[in-house]
Design a protein around this ligand. Structure first.
Ligand code: ADP
Length: 232
């Protein structure tokens, strides 16, 4: 299983890497056509050309995100005791403007533990979860994100809860797959890699992630870190 995963990862890495050059050519030439030769096309031709340009921009985003996703496991892990509070404070400062603009707030429990983990991975995990809580906030309820933690089987469980739009039960597992999205790009922009990144990063730290959620009632992302990886 581990070998199969490794094969798949290096496959997706080289595919996404090698796709970039031809994609750049498609984008570059279609942009030249749509700018310099726009007058030579009729309305229909211009519309098609614009679709090609916007689709190649979208494809570049998808490929770049897929590359970042595959790169996660190509760097060696640097395991250190990391303060969860410090990670959340850093991520909060990245998003502070968005949270305040949405009239929302983020609450942290007093006794968040430290985690024996890789700081970059931990930051990516919480950045994706908090970013999503902001993006998928409820249109009519002020955003509230709560981060809490408790000991569990000699490890710890960390919960990132929001009061946003929620997720229907049939998607609770699928949303952790690469490119799995539940909304149109125009309503909520994104590439569908964020939660796959969270799942992969948590696994690399030997933990697991699940979600509890109901449509319209918010979501709780539950991170379970194993024995000996959490400390007071
Ligand atoms: P993206 O946000 O780019 O679509 P993600 O992998 O981060 O990709 O999330 C996958 C899907 O899961 C999203 O498209 C969204 O439908 C759903 N989702 C993720 N987080 C939340 C959340 N906090 N509340 C509601 N839905 C969410």
């Amino acid at each position: 299983m581990r070998d199969a995963n490794k094969d798949l990862e290096s496959f997706s890495y080289s595919i996404s890497h090698d796709l970039r050059a031809p994609l750049r050519a498609i984008y570059g030439f279609s942009q030249i056509l749509s700018e310099r030769h726009r007058q030579a096309l009729n309305d229909e031709g211009r519309q098609y050309m614009d679709y090609i340009v916007s689709s190649s921009i979208r494809m570049e985003q998808l490929i770049n995100d897929l590359l970042d996703y595959s790169r996660l496991s190509r760097k060696p892990l640097i395991m250190n005791p990391v303060s969860l509070r410090k990670i959340i404070e850093n991520v909060y400062s990245d998003y502070q403007m968005h949270i305040e603009a949405a009239g929302g707030k983020l609450e942290m429990m007093n006794d968040l533990p430290g985690i024996e983990g890789d700081e970059t991975l931990l930051r990516q995990i919480f950045s994706n979860l908090i970013g999503n809580a902001i993006k998928y906030r409820h249109p009519d309820i002020p955003l509230l994100i709560k981060i809490s933690a408790e000991p569990h089987l000699n490890g710890c469980v960390i919960r990132v809860a929001d009061n946003g739009i929620g997720i229907a039960p049939e998607y609770h597992e699928k949303i952790f797959n690469v490119f799995q999205r539940l909304h149109s790009e125009s309503k909520y922009p994104g590439t569908g890699i964020g939660l796959a990144t969270v799942k992969k990063a948590v696994r690399m730290l030997n933990g697991s992630v699940t979600v509890e959620s109901e449509i319209g009632k918010g979501s709780i992302f539950i991170l379970d870190f194993p024995e000996n990886s959490c400390y007071e």
